[in-house]
Design a protein around this ligand. Structure first.
Ligand SMILES: *Cc1c(COP(=O)(O)O)cnc(C)c1O
Length: 264
């Protein structure tokens, strides 16, 4: 299995549980694909599977489409393009399925507000679907999830409106974070924003936010490329305001170290 790194950690975890060799290829400093390095890795390892999260998690960016197409064309095995965040990017490679017999696409309802359903789908050529069908357990998706999904999709306009509201808030939150000179915020086509705190400040900011009752994702320990990085999911306007206020407070109080219990 070959995938860029950092990316969705489950690719590596599940490959490991399945006893497969996993090769991560570092992204460039701006989190773009390193196309020559990916091509070298594919050439060297001849992977049965290439995983590309499009947009990528936890970085939020959408890899250049022509680079993705180059990788699909160069791959000897299956390329899985994981479009978990497609509702927030508005971009899809579904139209390219006919061009590449080794492309399959994953979608999920998880990021559209139905995370508890654990329902997703895979789109690809009938030949591949028939092979994958052989590997499934004989039990189908449970009927309550199926009924819930049919019900939710009947009210698709509600989900679409929610996605639009999240995208608008994402842009507002992005501008607010970009306006804080201490931080580097990365452009996102997903429902979250990744930002980098000043050197050695990431964990302190995370703790200060947590003590303000705001829990975001600390990625400081997720590898050198994400040192001091935090990821915040776009919430309601009120939640985003509370986050920005707490973050601004934490940034202006650098002496307020994260000693649990010190502040009450
Ligand atoms: C959240 C996420 C998933 C999980 O999807 P489920 O349908 O909830 O299992 C898959 N891929 C990426 C990139 C994700 O961020």
């Amino acid at each position: 299995v070959v995938a860029p790194e950092p990316t969705f950690v489950m690719y590596r975890l599940i490959a490991t549980y399945a006893g497969l060799a996993y090769h991560g290829v570092p992204l460039r400093p701006d989190f773009a694909l390193d196309l020559p390095a990916m091509l070298r890795s594919i050439e060297q390892h001849r992977p049965a599977l290439v995983f590309l999260a499009w947009p990528n998690n936890p970085t939020g960016n959408l890899f250049d489409e022509s680079a993705v197409r180059t990788l699909i064309a160069a791959s000897p095995g299956l390329v899985v393009v994981d479009e978990a965040y497609q509702p927030f990017s508005g971009r899809t490679l579904v139209a390219a399925l006919g061009e590449y017999p080794n492309l399959v696409i994953l979608r999920t309802l998880s990021k559209m507000g139905l995370a508890g359903l654990r329902l997703g789908l895979l789109v690809g050529a009938p030949g591949w679907l028939a092979e994958l069908d052989k590997l499934r357990l004989p039990y189908n998706i449970n009927s309550l999830s199926q009924a819930s999904a049919v019900f939710a999709l009947r009210y698709g306009t509600v989900l679409t409106a929610q996605v639009q509201a999240i995208c608008a808030e994402r842009e507002r939150l992005y501008r607010a974070l970009a306006g804080l000179p201490a931080l580097t915020v990365y452009p996102s086509q997903a429902n979250f924003l990744l930002f980098r705190a000043p050197t050695a400040q990431g964990p302190r900011l995370f703790e200060a936010l947590r003590r303000s009752g705001i829990l975001i994702k600390n990625l400081d320990h997720a590898g050198p490329a994400l040192r001091d990085c935090l990821r915040v999911t776009v919430g309601t306007p009120q939640e985003n305001d509370a986050f920005l206020a707490a973050l601004t407070r934490a940034l202006s109080a650098p002496g307020d170290t994260a000693e649990p219990g010190r502040t009450g």
